[in-house]
Design a binder for this molecule. Structure first.
Ligand code: NAD
Length: 476
């Protein structure tokens, strides 16, 4: 077992000030695979001071210099794909093939996009004789969750560095190992000391200290709505910018003319990708009432194709739930669905057959779900799909919008104009029509209680910029 007692601060690995440690548990085996030191307020103060010192120079670099760093980082992350994928398989149970292709593959895309944006972005434009100058906001604290460890880190770190900001990263205390490998990759890419810093620790201690710190200009958190609210409250007295990527309960509206044989399996796969532990997973499939039975059998057939098991097995499509608390939550919500009298199409409580140990859940589909049920309203964050029937398109849209969240949505159909019209009516930050390929340039983020701000693409970098108007810049 490895002991990680150091944080990456000002270009070097330094002993943690915090003396407490936490065990990192492999959810497939229950074994503690590493022990990691948890930081305290002192660690935060040291890291923020380092980021503040580095900001003076880093903020003055040219976009080309920042793009060059991101280019090297992109290459190194891809070179270390296997090591990073293995770390995620062990610390949060990602199926290894999925970890390689999606967790690492998509994370690398965030770095590539940030590199390209750094190089191409018009940081100064003239409006009449006034220059509109976009400048880095300053020192940014970045708090990330355990469900997509590397992907969430790169979605914040890469655009922040591209903008010219310096950062202190606090990854989830439940998945810190990938973050340690990432810090080494940043170092090996030649990042100047203090530009990128990492402090491990819990939300209440390190997260709160970062949110409250007067020398942090912006805090960006991806996690639960609960944590996002606490961060905003802690950040308010210092009037720092707060970006929040929070929970979701995304709808997937199947219009009557959709190709059901294609979109139902794709919808099930999207809802249960990463074992359903994705904030934008389309976990509410909204279907014409007359097609309910057809959708149920297509969904059950799709689930039957899944291979649930050892994340290190190449054939596995779905590993275990990432941690014990989440496993208990998923089990609880499956029982709630049964108690609410939703129709259990497949799955159910308990572990899949043959998997007596490990935090494995049964991919579960409920049908005939009403929008008032808890399984239609609460984010479950596990492999649980709710199928809700509708009678009219207006009702389908109303069900889609009947949520406190507004992160993602899907619409399936044959008539593009109808799909566009439905997409416009759904209150959320990103809509997918007929399961297109993932687009790392498409801004991502929430309406309503799914958060504030956008990540990915140009908009993701603009979050880290301030706007300065210089009047008279263009005067003769
Ligand atoms: P979480 O909110 O418990 O933790 C997320 C991060 O916030 C962790 O690093 C944690 O240490 C930190 N944190 C917790 N309490 C904090 C506090 N008081 N102050 C500062 N930081 C604090 O969430 P989780 O269990 O790691 O992740 C699952 C949740 O995150 C789900 O609700 C999911 O929807 C959401 N999520 C959202 C997105 C998105 O992009 N919108 C992405 C992934 C996960």
């Amino acid at each position: 077992m490895n002991l990680h007692g150091q944080f990456y601060i000002e270009g070097a690995w330094r002993d943690a000030q915090g003396r407490e440690t936490t065990g990192v548990v492999n959810p497939a085996t229950g074994q503690v695979i590493a022990e990691v030191h948890l930081g305290n307020e002192e660690d935060v103060a040291i890291a923020v001071a380092a980021a503040r010192r580095a900001f003076a120079q880093w903020s003055q670099t040219t976009p080309a210099e920042r793009a060059a760093l991101l280019d090297r980082l992109h290459r190194i992350v891809l070179e270390r794909r296997e090591q990073l994928a293995q770390a995620m398989a062990c610390e949060m149970g990602a199926a290894i093939s999925h970890a390689r292709s999606a967790h690492v593959g998509f994370a690398a895309e965030h770095i590539r996009v940030a590199r390209d944006n750094a190089a191409a972005y018009p940081f100064t434009v003239l409006r009449g004789t006034t220059a509109i100058v976009r400048e880095p906001i300053g020192v940014c604290a970045l708090i990330t969750p355990w469900n997509w460890p590397l992907y969430q880190i790169t979605a914040k770190v890469a655009p922040a560095l591209a903008a010219g900001c310096t950062v202190v990263l606090k990854p989830s205390e439940l998945s810190p190992l990938t973050a340690l490998l990432f810090a080494q990759a940043v170092h090996d890419a030649g990042c100047p000391p203090g530009v990128f810093n990492l402090v491990n620790g819990t939300g209440p201690v390190v997260g709160t200290a970062l949110a409250e710190h007067p020398d942090v200009d912006m805090i960006s958190i991806t996690g639960s709505t609960r944590a996002g609210v606490l961060v905003a409250q802690a950040a308010a007295p210092t009037v720092k910018r707060v970006a929040q990527e929070l929970g979701g309960k995304s709808p997937n509206v199947l219009l009557p003319d959709a190709d059901f044989a294609r979109v139902v399996p794709l919808g099930v796969a999207a809802a249960m990708r990463n074992v359903g532990q994705s904030c934008s997973a389309p976990t509410r499939m909204i279907v014409p009432r007359s097609r309910l039975r057809e959708v149920e059998s297509l969904a059950a057939a799709a689930v039957a194709e899944f291979v649930v098991g050892d994340p290190l097995d190449e054939r596995t499509t779905h590993g275990p739930i990432a941690n014990h608390a989440q496993f208990e939550r998923v089990q609880h919500m499956i029982r709630v669905g049964i108690d609410e009298d939703a129709r259990l199409v497949c799955g159910g409580p308990g572990r899949p057959e043959g998997l007596a140990t490990g935090l494995y859940a049964r991919p579960t589909v409920f049908s005939n779900v009403r929008t008032t049920m808890a399984i239609a309203q609460e984010e479950i964050f596990g492999p649980v799909l709710a199928i809700l029937p509708y009678d009219t398109i207006d009702e389908a849209v109303a069900i889609a919008n009947d949520t406190v969240y507004g992160l993602g949505a899907h619409v399936q159909g044959a008539d593009i104009e109808t799909m566009r019209a439905v997409a416009r009516r759904i209150r959320c930050g990103q809509v997918h029509l007929n399961h297109p390929a993932w687009d790392p340039n498409a801004p991502f983020g929430g309406y309503k209680r799914s958060g504030n701000g956008r990540e990915y693409g140009v908009e993701g970098m603009e979050e880290y910029l301030e706007t300065k108007a210089v009047l008279g810049w263009g005067a003769a």
